[in-house]
Design a protein around this ligand. Sequence first.
Ligand SMILES: O=C(O)CCC(=O)C(=O)O
Ligand SMILES: [Fe+2]
Length: 334
Amino acid sequence: MLVDKEQDYSQGKHADPETVAAKHISRIVNDGYTLIRGAVPQDDIDRVMDDYLSWTEKNKALTAQFKKSSGFNSRLVNFHSVSNHAFNLFQNQKLLAVTDGFFNQESAVYTSLFFQEGTEQNIHRDAPYFCTFPEQKFLGVWFALEDATSLNGALNVLPGGQLLALNEYAKRHEILSKHYPLDGQSSRNLFVGSLNRLKSFVQQLRKVERLPEGAGWSRQIGFVEPTLWDDYQAWVLEDCLSKGLKVRHIEAKKGDIIIWHPMLPHGGSKIVQKGNTRYSMVMHVTPVGTQVHGSYLFFAPHSPFTPRPMAYTQSTELMHRSMFTSGCSFMKDE
Ligand SMILES: O=C(O)CCC(=O)C(=O)O
Ligand SMILES: [Fe+2]
């Protein structure tokens, strides 16, 4: 396993902010991720931690219901919507220069996850559950709220894996068809699907309601599809390794930010020293107004789908950069 050898762009001749942002963007495109060292002041992180501890204290009974066998809390979804300090992590000029620059558009938080310990997640691409329309209008933005090491579980990435995703519609179709056979009129449906997709794009511009998701398939394809997810991620890993890509382990310091490409395969390394926390927060970032869909679009990109207009909050200048959420909640981790 390789260990990240990050170049520090914030020093010397690279120090001009635009040059720094451009280097990070080019690293996201070419390597699939970048690391912005020391981007968040330590005090700002301490405020987020204080908010988390007081929120879990205030919601003690709820928090207790979401304890894992390790004794730590399950992931907390959209904590940024109840903690201004958490949301402020995103209001970071170094970060916004990169995310806005990558999209060439103003970026916003779609959702977020707050983790108390390492996730030990297998290598995966986020894309099936963050399938934007059009695709790849997404970045994973990960904040180290304390040091993440090989002991408490750091991030693992497969640099270059994002470049292998350019021509994989046939593979997605193959995975889908294994579990969701086409309903007898396959070729006709696919043809109609392509036409409908074109029509749907036009209708979307006109904001008209359209056909249900996954029309043409034997049953409705949902937003979250664990079977399709598992098959797809297993194939992604096999494909990357067979092409010689190597897993890289990224140790991060409290205050570092890691940004990953929409198609970068990544995961959480094993927690070697059990019982240690690894506080971190990941924000799923999209250009303001972007529609985010799920498996029904990712695995059947030529089928019609219902548009999902997304409300991005407009109440204050600050919250303009966030999608409207219905508050924060735990998601059971095990
Ligand atoms: O924090 C980690 O260990 C991985 C997080 C992740 O993969 C995600 O939130 O998409
Ligand atoms: Fe992920």
